[in-house]
Every structure is written in C-alpha cells, then in structure tokens.
Design a protein around this ligand. Sequence first.
Ligand SMILES: [Zn+2]
Length: 211
Amino acid sequence: MTSYEKLLLENKAWANEKVEDDPQYFDRLAHLQTPEFLWIGCSDSRVPANEITGTQPGEIFVHRNIANMVVHTDVNLLSVLDYAVNHLKVQHVIVCGHYGCGGVKAATTNHDFHLVLNMWLRNIKDVYRLHADELNAISNEDQRVDRLVELNVQEQLIHLAKTSIIQRAWKYYQRPHLHGWVYGLKDGLIKPLIDMLPRTAIDPLYNYDDL
Ligand SMILES: [Zn+2]
C-alpha cells in the first residue's frame, strides 16, 4: 500500500468510528459551522490546531502559514479573518507560534531561499529588526530564535489589531478577544504570552476614527 492510500484507508476507519459513536455526527456537522475560535498557526506538521487543543471538527476555524504571519497584503489571511469575524462571528482569535519554528529560524540566517521564501521571511526579519537590541544580547542561538518566536507572535497580534476588520468589530460588537500563544514541541504545552481585549490601545497612527 502506498503512503497516500493509507491516508484514504485511515479516513474510512475514522469516519466509521465517528458514526458508530454518534450516528448523527456528520449530519449535524454538515448543516452547522459555528466555531468560537479563529486559529492562525504555523503550517508545521507538528502543530495541528485541533489535536493539541483537544477540539473537534466544527470548533476551530483554521488558517496556517509559515511562521503564523499576519501580513497586511495577504489576501488569503485577510479573507479568512474577515469571514471569521464578520460571518462566523468568532469570539476569539488566536495567533499560535511554536518554539523551534523552522521559518523563524530561517529568517535569522543570511541564506538565500530564493524569491518567494525570501519575500515571506523578510516579514520576520522586520520583527527581528524591531527587537534587535534584545535579541542580539542573547548569545545562545536556540534561545535567541525562541525569543524571536515569542516576539513574532506579539507583533502578529498587533498586526491584527491594526486592521479595520478587527477595529470595526471591536467598536460595534466588543469582540473578538485576541490571544498570542506559543506551543512547545518538546512538552506539548501551550504558553499564553499576551492577549488584547476589545479596544486595547495601539499606536494611534494605526487607529481608524471614522469606521
Ligand atoms: Zn513553524
């Protein structure tokens, strides 16, 4: 059996198991999606949102990219955010990074990863530059990367708060609550780092006063 055939076989077993436990399981899910959470995580295969939070299909709306970035020109991320906030009406948006992130580590090197990856990683280099004094003072390389992982989560959360999507929802609906978390590959535990309640103050330059 090939590796992908095994995926299809496992899928059959999983679907059968779900129906055995609860005959209405798929009927219910097919008609309703009301997740309370939007998850913005890393594409890393070791950080599956549902599995590490013990949640089921239907509970978390998920967007993943390399190093859990919120890039202002990323139509994909912004569409997901708009849909989650304005249509699914999520109460919480979680940006979850992870220690040992290969994308973050790559951004600390001077290696040429070629056009598209270089373009993506430059967003992380910008985070490094903002916090260069603190990061350059950390001599251990792994510790420096892990601190950059935390600072990157913090910056991406602030990027969310800069969007008119979030600011409008904060103003009119007093949601969503933004959370910055970091997952540990070595112990499987999530560390909550920072959070932003609706209408948390940000740099006034980024405020829209005529929403
Ligand atoms: Zn990663």
